[in-house]
Every structure is written in structure tokens, then in C-alpha cells.
Write a protein that binds this ligand. Sequence first.
Ligand code: HEC
Length: 137
Amino acid sequence: MHMIPKTVATAVVALALGSGLAVAETRLDPMAALAGRPAGSDPLDPMTALRARADTAETAEGNAELGGLPDGEGAEDTYYQCVACHSTEIIKQQRVTDHRWDELWTWMVEAQGMVEPEPDTKALILTYLKRNFSSER
Ligand code: HEC
């Protein structure tokens, strides 16, 4: 008789499930290709994605638990406010004026349907963005 012992069969099933999960995790984030393109650039322009890839290494540091955002007051609020829709890459690559950050915020709310937080939190996040990702400092 060649019965497969029950414990072995269970282990095989567990292995199969485990490897299935591993495959799922390697799926690419579709937003990654767009990360880092210059503000206002055409997302459908294939060069946009190519240029963005070349830049990503520069901003690899930062807090890994917050999508690589640099630590500091407002980092966590920024992370939770913004990753609802896209990765932090799109933020980390920006070097825009303070004024442009205000405009981007408004655009995110009015055109993309971002839920506005409390005014205090909004101020905290915008200060954080301007401190870390502005062309003015
Ligand atoms: C409700 C969804 C949503 C939320 C929340 C959101 N965004 Fe966006 N954001 C988008 C979409 C959609 C785009 C456009 C992506 C594209 O063009 O491929 C975008 C694009 C951007 C861009 C690129 C703008 C450009 O000129 O190309 C920046 C920078 C950005 N978001 C920053 C932020 C920041 C900072 C936050 C948090 C304060 C945030 N987003 C929260 C939806 C959102």
C-alpha cells in the first residue's frame, strides 16, 4: 500500500499556498513607473517613465516604514494622507516651489477627490512637504 501520510499531504498543500503568496508579492506597483516624472509631465509619454527610473536611487534613504519619507514632524501624517492613492515615490521626487505645493494640494482635493483633513493636519503636512521637497531650500 502506498498511502501518502496525512502530515506530508498537509505540508505539500501548505507549501503550494506559501509559494502562491510569494508570487503575488512580486507584482509590480503600476505607479512605480510614473514615480519621479517631472511635475506636469505627460504620464503617457514613455520617456517619462524611463527618466524617472534613473533618478530613484538618489532618494532611496528615508524611513522605510513610511515609504522612504524622511523622518520629521508631519512625516507620518503625510504618509497616511497620501498613500491612499499612490506611492510615496511620486512625492519624494518632487522639487517644486512652496506655491506649487499649495496648488498640488488643491488639485489633489478638487480633481482627485482627496479628503481634506483637519486644518491643523493640513498645515502640518504642507509644512512637511515644503521643508523636505521644495525647490526653495
Ligand atoms: C484621492 C487620491 C489621492 C490622494 C489622497 C493623493 N493624491 Fe496625489 N495624485 C493623485 C492622482 C490620481 C495623481 C495623478 C497620477 C498620475 O498622473 O499618474 C496624483 C499625483 C500627484 C503628484 C504628481 C503631480 C504632477 O504634477 O505630476 C504629486 C506630487 C502628488 N500627487 C502628491 C500628493 C500628496 C503630497 C498627497 C498627500 C497630501 C497626495 N498626493 C494625495 C491622487 C491622490
